[in-house]
Design a protein around this ligand. Structure first.
Ligand code: FAD
Ligand code: NAP
Length: 546
């Protein structure tokens, strides 16, 4: 009988070596990889299908901002050769089709339980196993638990007064109705101007009779220049896909290996050359804009050269100087995640689109008829919350996780997340996090990071099996040192200088801690060194015989 179907241990319905929580990019690869080394695995997914981010975020205009040829799995040569991306940046339906294809191709669904949310898990110190509980009553027993729960999977719905009184439709971009929302001829209000809003606004403007955008902070955006993929370009990439993937694994953001930055800093360049570099990158489109110089996220004056270039473009595009000024961000460029757009700033030239500055007093109230802000009442048919996520920690903290000696994740992280390598949490043995706080995570091409983590975790579990260990736990001192290291690296950059979700600043009351670690390559090297040393910084038990 398959281990996944055994039902004996502690009355659990499912007994496996590893429970994986989530079936997005991370959960799917985990199921495949763990199965491949002979471990029994069961993934539990709250949604009705695979895809994670791409299952939930179905808002108009949703697409990736890392190029499709890079924002995809590299683990299987046949998969990457046979899958045909149609656009430079694939839209949500295409990415979801890809992940569905991956699930079918590797027969992953038979080890995934859908429509089931993990609510709690307890570690039993006598057996070195986790008991996992779900909202459906399902119980699972596993030696290891891997949280593939996603960094951007708990929506942030601000507690605006009167929020539930609105008579029209209310939708969050991160939980968009699967049947779609017909906005034709509607009066639509969008709250927020982050990546989701910047993608959605031009598309919504095409449908809506009136569109009101409520902006708390202006954001930098560069053109995506999305277009159908050129078959010759695809052919060149596929002729040596492994080389691009290897190059990406040596890039600090895990992508862009085909376009490494010039060696110098922005201020070392002659102003004319600098403008040429920015112009070329603006015309090419995409995140490469911030790769123009090596010091853009380190030196404020260098950063300002790029920021001012973008502000100039906004002033060129937006006809009303007052609107252009409102749309011009003042924070460091790249401090909040840079956005990519398809006609975002141009949308504000359209007569039925209005920008409302709520930087002063926010949304004052939601009324039955609409939104009151900036001293005015806006009558609306639909409100779109593009207000982001309780990122990196929100989803994990919703689960009641209790490790050894009664130590809980909620207590451990009361002052902010504390991990070792972003992978392990002291007090919670045999539990791993994929792209957790303290790892490069959201500062990278997430698929590069996910594949790295899944491979590292799998090799770790193989090692434990080989030496007869049933327990691994991040050491308290190693975690303290790691948190200090993450902070020290972040403090060398301009990332902590603005109120970003990287810092938890978007959620009232959330501890302000810079959560991701800048720099994928140094991180990956460190993880490799930890593994090579026999998992230094982790406590393994029981001690292997001999
Ligand atoms: P997710 O895809 O978030 O999957 C986690 C899954 O876990 C979800 O399906 C969720 O339902 C499930 N889950 C969570 N808690 C529980 C529970 N308690 N019980 C059961 N199931 C649970 N990154 C990039 O690198 N490039 C991009 O272009 C990019 N674009 C993005 C666009 C949008 C709109 C968003 C929101 C994010 C984007 N990201 C991008 C980040 C994106 O989240 C990652 O790239 C990637 O999809 C994360 O995969 P994951 O499997 O780690 O997590
Ligand atoms: P986000 O970047 O956090 O943006 C949320 C927006 O809502 C911000 O403009 C924020 O303003 C505003 N907001 C939040 N709370 C508010 C409140 N109480 N009142 C008024 N405004 C409020 O969220 P997101 O746009 O969903 O993007 C999150 C992340 O997901 C991105 O950074 C990116 O990593 C990923 N993503 C990627 C893409 C892509 O292009 N592939 C698309 C979508 C998302 P402040 O800035 O003032 O906080």
């Amino acid at each position: 009988m398959d281990a996944a179907q055994r039902t004996s241990r502690d009355g659990a319905d499912v007994v496996v070596d590893v429970v994986v929580v989530g079936a997005g990019f991370a959960g799917l690869y985990l199921v495949h990889r763990l199965r491949g080394v002979g471990l029994s695995v069961r993934a539990v997914e709250a949604g009705s299908g695979v895809g994670g981010t791409w299952y939930w975020n179905r808002y108009p205009g949703a697409r990736c901002d890392v190029e499709s040829l890079e924002y995809s799995y590299s683990f299987d040569e046949a998969l990457q050769q046979e899958w045909e991306w149609t656009e430079r940046y694939a839209g949500q339906p295409e990415i979801l089709r890809y992940l569905d294809h991956v699930a079918d191709r590797f027969d992953l669904r038979r080890d995934i339980t859908f429509d089931t949310r993990v609510t709690a898990a307890r570690f039993d110190e006598d057996t070195d196993r986790w008991t996992v509980r779900c909202d459906t009553g399902l119980g699972l027993s596993a030696r290891f638990v891997v949280m593939a729960t996603g960094c951007l999977s708990s929506t942030n719905r601000p507690d605006v007064p009167g929020r539930d009184t609105f008579r029209g439709g209310v939708h969050h971009t991160g939980e968009w109705p699967h049947e779609g929302v017909d906005l034709t001829g509607q009066r639509v209000g969008v709250i927020g101007t982050g990546s989701s809003a910047i993608q959605a606004i031009p598309v919504i403007a095409d449908q809506a009779a009136e569109l009101v955008v409520f902006q708390r902070t202006a954001n930098y955006s560069v053109p995506a220049r999305n277009a159908p993929l050129d078959p010759e370009h695809v052919g060149r990439v596929k002729a040596d896909y492994a080389a691009l993937r290897a190059a990406n694994r040596r890039m600090s953001a895990g992508f862009g290996g085909w376009n490494p930055p010039p060696a110098g800093g922005a201020l070392e360049a002659d102003p004319g050359d600098r403008r040429r570099v920015y112009t070329e990158r603006w015309e090419r489109g995409g995140f490469g804009f911030l790769g123009g110089y090596t010091d853009l996220l380190i030196t404020p004056e260098s950063n300002d050269t790029a920021a001012e270039f973008v502000r100039e473009r906004i002033r060129e595009i937006v006809r009303d100087p007052a609107v252009a000024e409102l749309l011009s961000p003042r924070q460091v460029i790249g401090c909040k995640r840079l956005c990519l757009d398809s006609g975002y700033f141009e949308t504000f030239n359209r007569p039925h689109v209005r920008l409302v500055d709520i930087s002063g007093s926010g949304i004052e109230e939601i009324t039955p008829a609409g939104v009151r802000a900036a001293g005015e009442e806006f009558e609306l048919d639909v409100i779109v919350f593009a207000t982001g996520f309780d990122a990196m920690t929100g989803t994990l903290l919703k689960i009641d996780l209790q490790g050894r000696d009664g130590r809980t994740l909620r207590d451990e992280w009361a002052a902010g997340p504390r991990t070792y390598l972003g992978l392990g949490v002291p007090g919670l043995p045999n539990l791993f996090i994929v792209t957790g706080p303290g790892s490069p995570s959201v500062l990278t091409n997430m698929v590069t990071s996910i594949e790295h983590h899944v491979d590292w975790i799998t090799e770790c579990l193989e090692h434990l099996r080989a030496i007869g260990c049933t327990r691994i736990e991040a050491d308290d001192r190693a975690a303290d040192a790691w948190v200090a290291y993450v902070n020290s690296v972040a403090d060398m950059t301009l990332f902590p200088t603005c109120n970003s979700w990287y810092l938890g600043a978007n959620v009232p009351g959330k501890p302000r801690v810079f959560m991701p670690l800048p720099g994928f390559t140094a991180y990956a090297d460190r993880c490799a060194a930890v593994a090579a040393s026999g998992y230094e910084g982790f406590v393994l038990g029981p001690a292997p015989a001999g």
